[in-house]
Design a protein around this ligand. Structure first.
Ligand code: PLP
Length: 732
């Protein structure tokens, strides 16, 4: 270790390096940089909600330079910056080997939302989280990839609950200077400004770049002084406003996104539409070709060869439809540009082109305008083929050209620090310490020259070796589970304290005694869309109360989730669950954490023992929150829908019901709630509380090991992005 004081130039280099690091989201999926920012201001790290950019505003450069005079700290910073630069510069990547053509002509991935981290809350739910995880994996794999989305300066709403337990929304203003994004500048060093015609006027926009490791994601921002106030507000909120705002946002995203890419000199090989919101990009691509003199039919044909579409839901509300009047008002420019009559334009978004009453559907436009389309799980692929068969007259359901790529998650990004340190230590010990080379697994790690952590945690070999009880004992694994459960419980207590102070003043509750660290803890957290049936388990209310109160084998529940601001049915679900948690016999055994987001999600998927998922089959196209559980040793208990239908193998978690569902919704709800209770009492609880003489639940831990080996590498965006590349990005 260097004990001499750092020179001025070294200090400048390290300080500048930390600033550079803070503006690349790479730090959000790596542990060591987060620990550095944490150590610079431990209190700030919590209060500023893990925001590295804000930490560097809080800690002055002078203070930073003084801190760097601590040799051990400077050494850590040096190591991290070295790893960061090596990551950015590495040319020996999966992408370079398997898809070199994409490095020159990247995939342009358009999504109305991207979820990267709690400091940049511009995602409403799973769709956005998936987009963020897609970008992170594309970066890790060294794929040619750029993302396009909007910069919503108020993001997605923050949730609180009023005295009637009714969800209320508030918005906080996102300041670019405090976010891990950078302005996109022109040659003169000024913000690059582009424009799009929307309705009767021109809307100007600028762009911000989120550096996602090696991959840029551009965020379009209409908040410019030259725009009218209502135009500036196009990029105010995620899915904010009415249908008019929505169609205008989507014109900005699709058309504006393509224009920005051209300004940046990019010629993407594939335009990947993550859901139909971005489908107007097809009309811009066709316009470009017509400007070169091609007739519409040819331009459209060539456009569709460039595009790929991923549909994400069979739920009706997930498919935007705009009336003919609205299209005539907001999107009139398309007809003019493409030399189409209004009816011809409308036909591009209609199942039946001749039906003058049919609204314009973005999913239909996306399907017509792409060379290939896919759903996000095997079952969802099949459901989508049936749903859209109407667009392919003469084809049987099986012939409808919609395939599937099952979703994944970015493992490194979701893995909690505690768990990362645990696995790392395990590997490093095995790798470095010759005295422990007693097992085959330890010998395996020892034989590796260096451990490529990122690659390992996405590889089946890594996880299969974690099943070796002589490498990781049951005792160690159970101790890790205890630690994670406690961390989540303490997090929940803190949150409940904050929530309670605001809402039940004077009602003294000893928050430190809430939740039982020994109890089987069941988690449920996701958007409160009604098809996800958050309150389903409480249909067996009296029975659930008995389970919760069982002194020998207690069960407790933690819920979280937001309802869409205009979804009163979803808000009623929230109200019902909070009401139960405060005023029913479940009080003290059921808790609702407000303001579900990435951070809450990470706590819950790591700390809960069981992750409950009970959507109305087959409406959960994939679901991803359950995938975040595997690497933490939390087990899924789910309806056989979406990814779980593929992931469950009888040994790695619990299934509710089978691979079928009745047609009647009432019958389905009744059957699923009965099955949920049955699985809970006959399988989950007995297994969790079946302890041997030393107090260890061997069978439970065996299931955790099975979940780790069979699920983690498979339901990772590393696998998913490779699959997209082979199946769709490289085939024309
Ligand atoms: C993972 C995640 C989701 C998606 O969860 P599903 O179970 O797929 O609905 C939504 N929101 C947040 C914050 C997440 O982390």
């Amino acid at each position: 270790m260097n004990q001499k004081p750092l020179t001025t130039s070294e200090l400048t280099e390290l300080t500048a390096g930390l600033h550079r690091l803070s503006r690349n989201l790479w730090w959000t999926w790596n542990q060591e940089p987060q620990e550095i920012f944490h150590d610079l201001s431990p209190r700030g790290w919590t209060n500023l909600y893990h925001n590295a950019v804000a930490i560097l505003h809080e800690v002055s450069d002078y203070e930073l330079r003084m801190r760097l005079q601590e040799p051990e700290f400077a050494d850590r910073v040096r190591r991290v910056l070295k790893a960061f630069d090596a990551y950015l510069k590495s040319t020996d990547t999966w992408g370079a080997q398997n898809a070199p053509e994409l490095l020159k002509h990247p995939v342009a991935y358009f999504s109305a939302e991207f979820g990267f981290h709690e400091t940049l809350p511009i995602a409403a739910g799973g769709l956005g989280m998936l987009a963020g995880d897609h970008a992170k994996a594309a970066s890790d794999l060294g794929l040619g990839f750029v993302g396009i989305t909007l910069f919503y300066r108020e993001g997605y709403f923050q949730q609180t609950v009023n005295a009637d337990n009714w969800q209320t929304e508030y918005y906080s203003h996102l300041k670019p200077a405090n976010l891990p994004i950078e302005p996109v500048l022109n040659a003169n060093g000024e913000p690059l400004v582009c424009s799009v015609k929307i309705a009767t006027s021109t809307v100007s926009f600028r762009a911000w770049r989120a550096n996602v490791g090696r991959c840029p994601v551009y965020l379009l921002d209409a908040n410019l002084p030259e725009n009218e106030p209502h135009q500036r507000d196009l990029t105010l909120r995620v899915y904010g406003g009415d249908a008019t705002t929505r169609v205008m946002q989507e014109i900005l995203l699709g058309v504006g996104g393509v224009r920005l890419l051209r300004e940046l000199g990019l010629q993407p090989s594939t335009f990947h539409m993550n859901e139909g919101h971005a489908a107007f990009l097809t009309l811009e691509l066709a316009r470009e070709k017509m400007a070169e003199g091609k007739p519409f039919a040819q331009a459209w044909d060539e456009t569709s060869k460039q595009c790929l579409f991923t549909t994400h839901t069979p739920v009706e509300a997930g498919h935007d439809r705009f009336s003919s009047d609205l299209m005539a008002f907001a999107a009139n420019k398309f007809s003019a540009n493409l030399k189409l009559s209004h009816q011809e334009l409308m036909a591009l978004g209609r199942v039946n082109p001749n039906d003058a009453h049919e609204p314009f559907c973005m999913t239909v436009l996306a399907l017509k305008g792409s060379r290939a389309a896919n759903g996000v799980s095997e079952l969802h692929g099949a459901v989508s083929r049936e749903m859209w068969q109407c667009l392919y007259p003469g084809k049987t359901v099986e012939q409808v050209p919609i395939g599937h790529v099952t979703n994944g998650i970015h493992v490194a990004g979701w893995m909690k620090g505690t768990v990362r340190r645990f696995w790392r230590k395990k590997l490093d010990t095995a790798h470095e310490n010759p005295d422990t080379s007693t097992t085959e697994t330890t010998r395996f790690w020892k034989s590796k020259p260096t451990i490529d952590w990122e690659r390992e945690i996405n590889s089946p070999e890594f996880w299969s070796r974690m099943a070796d009880t002589s490498f990781i004992s049951d005792e160690e694994l159970w101790s890790l589970r205890y630690r994670l459960r406690r961390e989540m419980i303490e997090f929940t207590r803190r949150r409940l304290l904050l929530q309670g102070q605001r809402l039940t003043q004077g009602d003294f509750i000893t928050f430190d005694h809430m939740l039982n660290p020994d109890a089987l803890t069941i988690g449920f957290a996701r958007r409160f869309a009604t098809y996800k049936r958050a309150p389903l388990i409480f249909q067996q209310f009296e029975n659930i109360v008995k389970l919760a109160h069982d002194k020998q084998r207690p069960v407790q529940f933690i819920f979280a989730g937001k309802a869409h601001p205009r979804d009163d049915e979803g808000k009623k679900f929230i109200q019902h669950i909070i009401h139960l948690s405060k005023f029913s016999d479940l009080k003290g055994h059921l808790f609702f954490i407000e303001n579900y987001d990435v951070h809450v999600a990470r706590q819950m998927v790591s700390g809960c023992d069981v992750w409950l998922n009970n959507p109305r089959r087959p409406l959960e196209a994939s679901g991803t929150s359950g995938m975040k559980c595997g690497c933490h040793g939390c087990l899924n208990m789910s309806i056989m829908d979406g990814w779980w239908r593929e992931g469950y193998d009888g040994t790695n978690g619990f299934s509710i019901g089978d691979d079928t569902h009745p047609t009647s919704i009432e019958e389905q709800d009744r059957r699923d709630s009965a099955n949920t209770f049955r699985v809970l009492t006959e399988e989950v609880i007995p297994c969790f509380y079946n302890r041997d003489a030393t107090g260890i639940p061997r069978q439970w831990l065996a299931k955790i090991r099975r979940a780790m080996t069979t699920l983690v590498p498979q339901y990772s965006t590393w696998r998913m992005v490779q699959e997209y590349t082979r199946k769709y990005y490289l085939t024309k």
